[in-house]
Design a protein. Structure first.
Length: 535
């Protein structure tokens, strides 16, 4: 176990080292390779504004929907913040010098176009309920020296994201089917299993609700400057009603669904149904199918671990791309996101779970925390619930005085399906990105979509592997189901490692609390008097 711990610690150092190197290379590019902000269009003076005379194919203006002939009356800099400024546009120089000189690459510039005669846009369009401004992320000109230098790093980062997307369907399918089929095979432990499942599902939902409430109160994504363009999903279906969500859950063709990352609801539904059906099969078919999917899941975990081994280099390429292209603006926005996730983890780990221990398990939260310190320290250093499992079991049994019967069932199951910290993180990460996309031209999340995020965060956390950064793969699953661009999740890689360490601690802390609560429900008195002088 010590060897695994040492390798993981070295992995943390490697990721941080390559991240720092990527930031330095990006800063060097910014210093050496000048590149003015770029909107991808040309304008000329017109009555009451400036008229668009050329739109560069594939540029920011075209992606924002501007067309030749649009008359731009004004621009908004730093929209949504206290420093917001509305700048009238009267000549081409107003846009190039008066506006672009005040923006950074990666910021979103809001322009007010007029297309129909007789409908001039007044200043009140900036009010939230009447907002008709067009958002354009300010980017680099594709033919600039810096853009050409960034291109190889952008390609490498895109390739790494493609590898992560490749894992989505097989990891989700194999994890859920193997988990459901494996639990069904333990029918003789139905009472213990029922208590364990109620605890795991309950605490995961509590964690998700804590994250959902905080991210909606703090709103870290609203007005964030991430430099990502929102491009609507081709053929996107309406997800504003609960009935639409339910209808999308049932695949008309399961093979078509398995070939589409956006059909994640249908894939999860089919996996749950398949897993339950395996548990109801006669022998030897039940054992054969369970062993097949268990083996398939083990292979996919190895593949996921191999892809995630490339994380330092993916982070390096991403850091070069972001810092060279947009500077530090995205990181200022990510700080508020990190604060939101950290605060939610602290509330769940320091308030919610201790209350469960106190009032349901009748156990002193402080005494149990002191007893579990070896497992929590190991979880922090390894970022892996699975790698921490031997230490967790030894700690729970020796220091927590939980029987081997309870701990040997609840803890391995918890390391597989109980991911409170991961579920909370996925909920906040997806809503954070959705808030950002809504601020740059996307649609705000509806109540049905927020409910869908809660459900998917729960199911995705059950299917998440107990390996470092596996939660990122599952976040792509939720973004795909919501038809949101998954590229935004790549930017979260920049700050994922410290959050990964923290949420793994919460995952293991919840597992240990679950073992204690279930043991107390079985009449065991040991967890109420943990031994602190063992190990």
């Amino acid at each position: 176990m010590s060897g695994a711990k040492d390798r993981s610690s070295g992995g943390h150092f490697k990721v941080l080292l390559w991240m720092l190197l990527g930031v330095l290379v990006g800063l060097w590019m910014q210093w050496k390779l000048a590149a003015p902000p770029y909107l991808g269009m040309e304008v000329q003076a017109a009555q009451g504004g400036v008229r668009v005379t050329r739109v560069v194919q594939g540029g920011p203006a075209e992606r924002a929907g501007l067309v030749v002939g649009d008359v731009l009356r004004a621009a908004v800099v730093d929209r949504g913040n206290a420093s917001q400024r509305v700048i009238p546009l009267r000549a081409p120089g107003d846009l190039e010098i008066g506006v672009l000189a005040q923006t950074e690459q990666g910021e979103v510039l809001w322009l007010l176009p007029e297309r129909e005669a007789g409908h001039p846009l007044a200043p009140e369009v900036f009010e939230p309920k009447q907002d008709r401004a067009v958002p354009i992320p300010v980017s680099l000109a594709s033919n600039s020296p810096r853009a050409r230098a960034i291109a190889p790093f952008s390609f490498a980062a895109g390739l790494f994201i493609a590898l992560l997307k490749m894992l989505i369907v097989p990891v989700v399918l194999s994890s859920i089917v193997a988990g459901i089929a494996g639990v069904g095979a333990m029918a003789d432990l139905s009472r213990l299993g029922g208590k364990t499942f109620v605890y795991y599902i309950g605490t995961s939902l509590l964690a998700i609700f804590v994250g959902q409430i905080l991210v909606n109160l703090i709103r870290p994504g609203a007005g964030a400057q991430l430099g990502l363009a929102y491009e609507p999903f081709a053929g996107e279906t309406d997800t504003t009603q609960y009935l639409d969500v339910l209808q999308r859950m049932v695949p008309s063709n399961v093979f078509t669904a398995l070939s589409d990352n956006g059909a994640m609801l249908a894939i999860i539904f089919f996996a749950l149904l398949l897993g339950l059906s395996i548990t109801r099969c006669e022998e030897p078919h039940r054992t054969r199918m369970h062993e097949f999917f268990d083996g398939f899941n083990a292979v996919m975990m190895k593949m996921a671990a191999g892809v995630l081994a490339l994380l330092p280099y993916g982070v390096f390429a991403l850091m070069v791309k972001v810092v060279a292209g947009t500077g530090f603006a995205p990181f200022r926005s990510l700080l508020l996101y990190m604060f939101t996730v950290t605060l939610a983890l602290l509330i769940h780990g320091g308030i919610t779970l201790p209350l469960v221990l106190k009032f349901i398990g009748r156990i002193s939260p402080l005494g149990w925390f002191r007893a579990m310190q070896p497992a929590l320290v190991t979880a922090f250093s390894t970022s892996s619930s699975s790698m921490t499992l031997p230490v967790t079991m030894e700690t729970v049994q020796a220091r927590g005085r939980v029987s081997k019967k309870v701990s040997s069932f609840t803890l391995p199951l918890g390391a597989t399906i109980n991911m409170d910290g991961t579920a909370l993180y996925e909920c906040i990460g997806v809503i954070f990105l959705a808030q950002y996309y809504a601020s740059v031209g996307g649609d705000p999340l509806t109540l049905a979509q927020q409910g869908l995020i809660v459900l998917l965060a729960l199911l995705a956390s059950i299917g998440a592997a107990g390996i470092p950064s596996a939660g990122l793969v599952m976040m792509l699953t939720i973004l795909s189901a919501l038809h949101l661009p998954v590229e935004g999740a790549a930017l979260l890689l920049a700050v994922d490692r410290p959050l990964d360490m923290l949420r793994t601690v919460i995952n293991v802390w919840s597992d240990s609390c679950g073992a204690a609560v279930v043991a107390r429900s079985e009449g065991e008195e040991g967890p109420a008097r943990p031994a602190l002088d063992v190990l």
